[in-house]
Ligand binder design. Structure first.
Ligand code: NAP
Ligand code: 8YV
Length: 320
């Protein structure tokens, strides 16, 4: 049987579908990867990895017969796709099936922030309600001027979820889309015009640090930044400084520059909501993602075709 190297955690459901079709190797159970790959690297035809781990280049070097990397997530910035393509290695990912879940996560970060949900929960649990009476008022999440940086699959799902909140929706992409939302070709201009800035672009070199001090200052002391994309898209030290100095009003963050490490300065800020990269992390959505990851592997094993290649691989791939 062909070897499949699994990097990161997979569900039992995924494992059950894979283990009688591949010779499975779990990287996190292998103490010495160098000697494992030295001995068995040429038997590995497939890698399953996720958005956190990617595939280290020296591991790729040691798997000369690698044909396909199946990524358990839509974002694949942790994988060197140019290198993979240059070696004829296909990369697949999990677009579409997580759109609504990640959009809901972004929306919840906005709602929790405006309505002060975390502090309200803590107030009740601390027994302060009988002692101190009603909490101070929060701010409405309705009728907000919203800007979406990255109106792609998830960004569009988010825009649709924002409509019932009567949001006035604008967006910034490199290319305008045929949608009923206002397009800005300049990110800082959009940030200046909105109260909430959602970040939903891919990570990687093209977007590194594009939410910089200028953009954060444009969003301003009443503004809310919500990031469900990748930590790399936001200049994190600039974000922390803007919050500390009151130049930015609030933040809702699911992703960070150096996960799982989060700047400790954020821990004590009452105007910040933090979640540990849970954008797609429900049983239902992870099941759909896992099925697509496995379907890509099994399809390729059966006939060399794949279901959801990343765009950079479309010339290499035959789509099922
Ligand atoms: P997508 O459909 O490819 O959408 C990405 C959007 O970003 C596109 O509209 C694209 O438009 C825009 N964009 C790309 N580069 C840009 C740039 N340099 N400047 C401005 N806009 C740019 O991707 P998706 O499926 O919506 O996923 C988006 C990302 O969400 C993923 O790559 C991943 O990083 C993140 N994600 C996070 C979680 C989580 O758990 N938090 C879960 C899933 C996904 P143009 O090409 O026209 O610029
Ligand atoms: C996953 C993600 O948490 O799809 C993505 O890009 O960030 C998330 O859905 C990640 O890929 C780890 O599995």
């Amino acid at each position: 049987m062909t070897g499949l190297l699994v990097i990161g955690e997979i569900t039992t459901e995924m494992r059950d579908r894979l283990e009688d079709r591949f010779d499975l190797h779990d990287a996190h159970r292998i103490d010495d990867m160098t000697s494992f790959l030295g001995g068995k690297g040429d038997t590995v035809g497939y890698v399953l990895t996720d958005g956190h781990y990617g595939v280290p280049e020296d591991w790729m070097d040691a798997m000369p017969n690698l044909a396909l990397i199946s990524n358990y997530g839509v974002g694949y910035d942790a994988i060197d796709v140019d290198l993979s393509v240059s070696r004829g290695i296909l990369v697949t990912h999990t677009p579409q099936v997580l759109n609504d879940e990640v959009a809901t996560t972004a929306l919840m970060l906005m709602l929790a922030s405006y309505r002060n949900f975390l502090a309200s929960d803590a107030y009740v649990r601390a027994g302060r309600w009988p002692e101190e009476g009603q909490m101070t008022l929060s701010r409405s999440a309705d009728n907000r001027r919203v800007g979406i940086l990255g109106l792609g699959r998830i960004g569009l799902a988010l825009a649709r979820k924002l409509e019932p909140f009567h949001a006035d929706i604008a967006y910034h992409n490199r290319t305008p889309r045929d949608v009923p939302y206002r397009y800005y070709d300049d990110l800082a201009e959009m940030a200046a015009a909105c109260e909430v800035l959602f970040v939903v672009t891919p990570g990687g070199a093209d977007t590194r640090g594009i939410v910089n001090r200028k953009v954060l200052d444009a969003l301003g002391p009443e503004g809310l930044l919500v990031n469900v994309s990748r930590g790399s898209v936001v200049d994190e030290p600039a974000l922390v400084a803007a919050l500390q100095e009151g130049r930015l009003g609030a933040a809702g963050l699911d992703v960070f520059a150096d996960e799982p490490n989060v700047p400790e300065a954020l821990f004590t800020m009452p105007n910040v909501v933090l979640t540990p990269h849970i954008g797609s992390a429900t049983f239902e959505t992870r099941s759909a993602m896992g099925n697509l990851v496995v379907d890509n592997l099994l399809q390729h094993l059966a006939d060399g075709r794949v279901i959801s290649p990343v765009p950079e691989c479309r010339d290499l791939a035959t789509i099922a």
